[in-house]
Design a protein around this ligand. Structure first.
Ligand code: NAP
Length: 336
């Protein structure tokens, strides 16, 4: 298992985590032992190792790093989960997880899911967040012109495709490499994808926006890029604030303020932040819709997979360095 050894001061370094071993757990009544197969990497994990109370307590020093994952039940003392069953939940950076069947986040992988890794991407936190951000927060309707930042990432790529599926007529992204921009346009079906490292991003976005600007912005990045997006948002536009990865979620680095905020008033723009957990009561419906869209080829998913638990710190670092295309995951073991 990989435990948190020390809290990062700035970037995540090799001294932040340490590998240790522990015997395979033994379940009591109501518990299952899960053999971890794949782990998910999420920018929120960087926040979970800060010594800051948030919507969830921080990971304690010496505890296994918290992470979503998919695994296989290898021993069950629960009537809800059978041995051999694939499950998704908070499995952490370890080979085996001991979970209680009353844990709300522990769910069986439905039989109609064609690839269990989708439980971490399309049907996991990132895909669900994209779905609710587009349908419930930005409330995209037919004819909208939508801008999505970090468009070749796990959340952004689904947000753009959900926007298209719900009737957006223009879907534009931003991404940090040629390979990502090609993928966003040629695989995920964005109309265009702008290089956010471009010196004049405001103008580059304007060139792809319809007359008057984008009616919807789905923002994963924050900071300067959000400012440039606001400058290209139309009168009565809606901005869904999904995340601010440009901050690195580092407590010692203050977030950059918005320069263009006065445009929110003059253009009567609605800007709203949201957290996925606000929509927990709608997860089942969303998973059904996303599964159907995937089966119909309406949504394409890319898994960027590392192999071997020892690479987990690298997986987390890749999100902040732009190393991932699509959903960053890691394979811990092959299914039995
Ligand atoms: P991701 O987009 O798959 O990966 C992160 C990407 O962000 C990187 O590949 C990189 O792409 C881009 N990036 C990193 N640092 C950047 C910077 N300084 N400036 C501009 N772009 C940068 O990650 P994800 O898991 O899907 O998360 C995306 C966002 O959604 C994050 O902000 C996350 O916190 C948020 N989120 C929010 C919720 C919620 O409930 N509100 C839930 C899940 C995720 P480029 O190469 O294109 O730069």
């Amino acid at each position: 298992m990989i435990v948190l050894a020390e809290r990062p001061q700035g970037d995540i370094t090799s001294s932040c985590f340490a590998q240790t071993s522990k015997p395979v757990p033994v379940p009591n009544a109501g518990q299952v032992v899960v053999r971890n197969l794949w782990l998910s990497f999420d920018p929120a994990q960087r926040g979970w190792i800060n010594d800051v109370a948030s919507y969830i307590p921080p990971v304690a020093i010496g505890e296994p790093m918290r992470a979503y994952g998919v695994g296989q039940v290898v021993e069950s003392k629960s009537a809800k989960f059978a041995e051999g069953q694939l499950v998704a939940g908070v499995l952490n950076w370890q080979q085996f997880a001991l979970l209680h069947d009353s844990d709300d986040e522990l769910i069986a992988v439905p039989d109609d899911v064609p690839d269990p890794r989708l439980m971490l991407s399309l049907l996991g936190t990132t895909g669900l967040t994209a779905y609710f951000g587009i349908t419930e927060v930005a409330r995209v309707v037919a004819g909208d012109a939508v801008l999505v930042t970090a468009a070749a990432g796990a959340t952004g790529s689904v947000a753009g495709q959900v926007a298209r599926a719900t009737g957006a007529s223009i879907v534009v992204g931003t991404a940090g490499s040629d390979a990502k921009r090609d993928w966003a346009v040629n695989v995920a079906g964005f109309d265009a994808c702008v290089d956010h490292y471009e010196p004049n991003v405001r103008r580059a976005l304007q060139a792809e926006a319809p007359e008057g600007g984008f009616s919807v912005v789905y923002d994963n990045v924050g900071g300067k890029l959000l400012d440039r997006a606001i400058m290209n948002t139309a009168v009565h536009g809606r901005i869904a604030l999904c995340g601010a990865i440009s901050t690195g979620y580092r407590p010692e680095r203050p977030s950059e303020g918005l320069f263009a905020y006065q445009l929110l008033t003059t253009r009567r723009i609605r800007m709203e932040g949201f957290l996925l957990f606000d929509f927990a009561h709608l997860f089942e419906r969303a998973r059904r819709q996303l599964t159907d869209w995937f089966a119909e080829g309406v949504i394409k998913i890319e898994h960027d997979q590392l192999d071997g638990l020892e690479k987990a710190p690298e997986g987390l670092r890749r999100l902040f360095g732009g190393g991932n295309l699509g959903k960053q995951i890691l394979q811990v073991a092959e299914p039995l």
